[in-house]
Design a binder for this molecule. Sequence first.
Ligand SMILES: *[C@@H]1O[C@H](CO)[C@@H](O)[C@H](O)[C@H]1NC(C)=O
Ligand SMILES: *[C@@H]1O[C@H](CO)[C@@H](O)[C@H](O)[C@H]1NC(C)=O
Ligand SMILES: *[C@@H]1O[C@H](CO)[C@@H](O)[C@H](O)[C@H]1NC(C)=O
Length: 447
Amino acid sequence: MRRFVFSIILCFAVIAPFLNCRTLANVVTCSGIVPMRYRNDKISITDFGGVGDGRTLNTKAFREAIFRIDHLKRRGGTLLYIPPGEYLTESFNLTSRMTLYLARGAVIKATQDVSRWPLIAPLPSYGRGRERPGGRYMSFIHGDGLHDVIITGENGTIDGQGGVWWEMWRRRTLQFTRPNLVEFMHSKNILISNVIFKNSPFWNIHPVYSSNVVMRYLTILAPTDSPNTDGIDPDSSVHVCIEDSFISTGDDLVSVKSGWDEYGITYARPSKDITIRRVTGSSPFSGISIGSETSGGVENVLVEYITLYNTGFGIHLKTNIGRGGIIRNITVSDVYMENVRKGIKIAGDSGDHPDDNYNPNALPVVKDITIKDVWGENVQQPGSINGLKNSPFTGICLSNINIHGGTGSRKAPWQCSDVSGGAVKVSPWPCAQLTSTSQASACKIPF
Ligand SMILES: *[C@@H]1O[C@H](CO)[C@@H](O)[C@H](O)[C@H]1NC(C)=O
Ligand SMILES: *[C@@H]1O[C@H](CO)[C@@H](O)[C@H](O)[C@H]1NC(C)=O
Ligand SMILES: *[C@@H]1O[C@H](CO)[C@@H](O)[C@H](O)[C@H]1NC(C)=O
């Protein structure tokens, strides 16, 4: 004990300035990747005529405030303060070296007048909008080519008022792909923390072609039946860290992506070095997923301390023929799930294609996937792993997994095809493909 206390003191007092103290203090966080910055220069949206009455349109105020930040370029950047109140606005662009600070009780609310919503070009790695051909609506809060941007505060809210968009999707009247709530493209050193995201029209937070992106202490909410309201979708991005967040939406809570079929293969931007830690929530689809758009490849992903309730698929890796891309070195550990349809799903036949020009010979590669220390209660099926005949999934390693709960006709066993790897201490016992002793060496068990 004395030695332990001593190491902590040593860590903070002596080593901390030079090293990170992860192993000694045993608290691992993303905070070192993009530090919180203090801004000397502070302005308020009210200085630009902002009115927080929930009805006045504040587009001009937001655009002018950000124009001022962009053009005055104050040393150390500028903080834009949003006081308590409801600020209705059209979409707007952020700029570099700024903090968007939402006070407690501040709400930035998206207009429901979709006829005036700006359109932007499709992402090159998708070749078209994700749900409709052609361009796509710009995200409500948008950043392109930025660095050093912080969105934070006292848990104020960014409300997408997505209902009108969900209704257009249901009636099939959408002309273009719905807007994300927040999107950063080609950006770096982005920190989003202590904010509530609500009712996004489409995906909530979408960092794409970006690096050093930290998202922590977030609450992301959308109704269970809202279509495609993914929580956080790191896409063709590197050094992304997501932690200590609660997410409950109508689609995947976190989904790591990297482009779509022939467009993603050509653009060739992987998602790499991604951490997803201490995320809790519920979803009718996936808890934590990779895919199905993975054409640029996905590697070095660490998922740990995840708690899922009332969810479709707990851990879900999904890809398809025509995708190409390599998914490798994925580690998932310390997952608790309750009331889940399927605990673990790894599938090579998921998701649709952008058009008919995808190459059916572009087969994805899935290898070196470790899933360990998983506990599931009331889970209808423990898992399924279905590789591709001409590209079997390899190095799929399962350890210390207890997933139970299916009863009577709902009780289903593991189900596998075209997969190899190993398993130790897995209950119920998984398929023969993983449990023959010749396979276990692929996993360096115990791992
Ligand atoms: C916002 O950014 C988009 C994409 O970079 C651009 O097309 C648009 O003109 C910008 N809008 C404003 C008001 O600056
Ligand atoms: C904001 O919410 C987060 C997540 O629930 C919480 O950890 C944090 O203490 C809250 N921050 C403030 C300033 O209220
Ligand atoms: C595999 O990914 C982990 C992160 O989960 C990383 O620390 C490690 O360096 C990666 N291994 C290789 C060989 O790239």
